[in-house]
Ligand binder design. Structure first.
Ligand SMILES: [Zn+2]
Length: 357
């Protein structure tokens, strides 16, 4: 049994330098090669923020950037602040959207938004923002630094998937693709920015409900070979006014870069209800590859449209007391979840990630 999913990573940049281009649009949306709009299939997208390396008050500036888009009352879209993170996994498809600060060289790139989407449907599935610390940043509008909220609001526009505009006629818009030091005008949306988010995520266009998955990760995130990770838990909430059936598909992403599907389980959640897993554990075989693993839960509807994704990472270390074989084929020995539920192990599904060219 196998299923392949093509993903494509796209990187949007905001530049310092100024050039002239000719075409003028009110707004532009990202599109697949076949012309489908690239967008999320839910109106609630959570970001975690690692403000390490940013100026003081970066977190509140970033939250203000998110809130500006959320506040558009003709659009249903909401950016949700999920909390702080120590992750620096920018551009990694792990189902966790993050904002980070870090060096990207003095190349004229102020910030980057790296996002993943399905080639076939245009569905966005991961978006990470990074501010380039090779340049000076401030949150006060200081004339000698770039403003976090100003550039952040622009970058969250890419997260929606609005594109850069480069014509001088677009220079007052948040999605104008150039920024200068001391600039704060992108903090507030232009009517064309509002038209863009409203086009992609119109109010009342959501079909009356959503399915969301939440994960409680294990408290032990480092485990020796032969040890057990867990317990961890998951729950799925159905806000529709009718029962919904979904496929719960946990994967392991291994240090070798492989996606291993743990099981596929159809689950029906009653109207307005929540389905909670029992305590889940992963037993690590004694010859597992050491390194960082990701446990990724993807929730699909019965047409295999992705509804939600959650992940946590854990580290497998070598046990000091026993010699290890180099065979890494038996990483996963068992996963126990809801008592009585049937568990299918290692059915061999894979995701294929197509890296950016
Ligand atoms: Zn941009």
């Amino acid at each position: 049994m196998s299923r392949e999913i093509s993903l494509f990573k796209y990187i949007a940049l905001i530049f310092i330098f100024n050039f002239c281009y000719t075409s003028v649009f009110a707004y532009e949306t990202c599109k697949t090669s076949t012309g489908t709009d690239i967008k999320w299939n839910t109106s609630n997208i959570t970001y975690y923020v690692n403000s390490s390396g940013g100026p003081s008050n970066s977190l509140s500036a970033i939250q203000s950037s998110m809130q500006t888009w959320t506040d558009v009352n003709t659009s249903s879209f909401n950016f949700i602040y999920g909390g702080s993170t120590s992750s620096t996994a920018h551009g990694t498809y792990d189902g966790v959207n993050i904002v980070t600060f870090g060096s990207m060289g003095s190349t004229g790139t102020l910030a980057v938004n790296a996002y993943w989407y399905y080639v076939s449907t245009g569905q966005m599935i991961d978006s990470d923002i990074k501010f380039n610390t090779n340049y000076s940043w401030a949150t006060s509008g200081s004339s000698s630094a770039y403003d976090v909220q100003n550039v952040g609001t622009h970058e969250f526009g890419h997260s929606l998937c609005l594109k850069d505009l480069y014509n001088s006629a677009d220079s007052e818009k948040t999605m104008y693709g150039y920024a200068s030091s001391g600039e704060t005008k992108k903090r507030d949306l232009h009517s064309d920015d509002i038209a863009g988010v409203t086009f992609l995520y119109p109010n009342g266009g959501g079909g009356g409900g959503s399915i969301s998955h939440t994960q409680i990760p294990p408290s032990n995130t480092s485990v020796v070979r032969g040890g057990t990770l867990g317990p961890f838990y998951g729950s799925i909430t159905n806000s529709y006014s009718s029962s919904q059936t979904v496929y719960v598909t946990p994967y392991l992403y291994t240090p070798a870069g492989e996606w291993v599907n743990i099981f596929i389980r159809p689950t029906t959640i009653s109207a307005g209800g929540t389905h909670s897993s029992g305590a889940a554990y992963i037993t690590i075989s004694s010859n597992a590859t050491t390194g960082t693993y990701y446990h990724v839960v993807i929730i699909y509807d019965t047409n295999w449209n992705q509804l939600d994704v959650d992940s946590f990472s854990f580290t497998v270390t070598s046990a000091s007391q026993s010699p290890q074989s180099s065979d890494d084929s038996l990483m996963l020995k068992q996963l126990m979840e809801t008592p009585g539920a049937k568990v299918f192990e290692n059915e061999g599904w894979k995701m294929i990630i197509v890296p950016e060219k």
